[in-house]
Ligand binder design. Structure first.
Ligand SMILES: N[C@@H](CCC[C@H](N)C(=O)O)C(=O)O
Length: 296
């Protein structure tokens, strides 16, 4: 009889995750293991893994344990590690709520990009419990400057370098189809602009304060949504539109439509960025430990 390991499946605007609760950090989630879990044919299938560990039990988060009880050990679908995942934080918060580790209201979550504060909204009257939107205080965007271009077989576009804890190149284009099929990562010039790789966003305007985007994620390919990407896009759009909350003293909000849904992003005069969107748990199950050992 094989041992079984609990998992859940969840998504935020269809950026989907295998959630692996492991409070004591007892599992060895190697890059191969993560890639096998995320495999959409031979595994469970997801854009990434949310490894749920107590901060005190993880060497990368121990120093944050006084601020946040839980550490989101996020991995991309290819097994690589990333600093932050915006949709992941919302889904992670929803999991903690469902598991009884958190209630409605504020919830600090440790990430490799520092502690992020999630806010689980009250459910609408009559709605299923645990279905309200989740807002995450994402911190400040950094715009290091420098000219960057992104290229696919379909063409080349100028892009803005934005860091939301993880790296992004944001390109405004005439049509989202201009990015082509995005089956492989767009080439970025200059080659050394992103030594650790980059997430690339293609953006079109939908109206005042309203954009739509596609994204090719580092380590996961084209996904149906990217929370940090939507924040990077909103900040890039605001600067392009001549709106800088630090200068005007007024917050700026952008609605960002993604293939998997809608996120609302607000940047405040102190530079902090909030992201609001849905977070859904769709299934719970058990991973066969023998299978996992075989693929690791
Ligand atoms: N989908 C995520 C971003 C996940 C990390 C990214 N692929 C990277 O390597 O930086 C989000 O919602 O932010």
């Amino acid at each position: 009889m094989s041992t079984r390991i609990a998992f859940l499946k969840g998504h935020g605007t269809e950026n989907d995750f295998v959630i692996v609760p492991d409070p004591d950090n007892a599992l060895d989630l190697s890059p191969r293991t993560v890639a096998a879990l995320c495999d959409r044919r031979a595994g469970i299938g997801a854009d990434g893994v949310l490894h749920v560990v107590r901060s005190a039990a993880h060497p990368e988060a121990r120093h944050l344990a006084d601020e946040a009880e839980w550490f989101m050990d996020y991995r991309n679908a290819d097994g690589s590690v990333a600093e932050m995942c915006g949709n992941g934080v919302r889904v992670f918060a929803r999991y903690l709520q469902r598991a009884g580790h958190a209630g409605e209201g504020d919830l600090p979550i440790a990430t490799r990009g520092g502690v992020k504060h999630a806010h689980l909204a009250k459910d609408e009257p009559g709605a299923e419990p645990g279905t309200g939107p989740v807002t995450v205080a994402m911190g400040r965007a950094a715009l290091p400057g420098g000219d960057v271009t992104v290229a696919t077989a379909h063409g080349t576009a100028p892009a803005l370098h934005v860091n939301m804890g993880n790296p992004h190149a944001v390109a405004f284009v005439a049509d989202l189809a201009d990015a082509g099929e995005l089956l492989s990562a767009p080439a970025v010039t200059p080659a050394g602009a992103y030594p650790d790789g980059v997430n690339v966003e293609y953006v079109v305007d939908r109206g005042p304060g309203h954009v739509a985007m596609r994204v090719h994620e580092r380590g996961s390919g084209e996904t149906r949504s990217c929370g940090t990407g939507a924040c990077a896009v909103a900040v890039a759009a605001a600067r392009r539109d001549g709106a800088d909350p630090a200068v005007t003293g007024s917050p700026v909000t952008y609605t960002v439509d993604l293939p998997g849904g809608r996120l609302v992003i607000t940047e405040y005069p102190d530079g902090s960025v909030d992201m609001t969107g849905p977070a859904v748990i769709v299934a719970e199950g058990e991973i066969d430990a023998e299978w996992l050992a075989g693929v690791s």
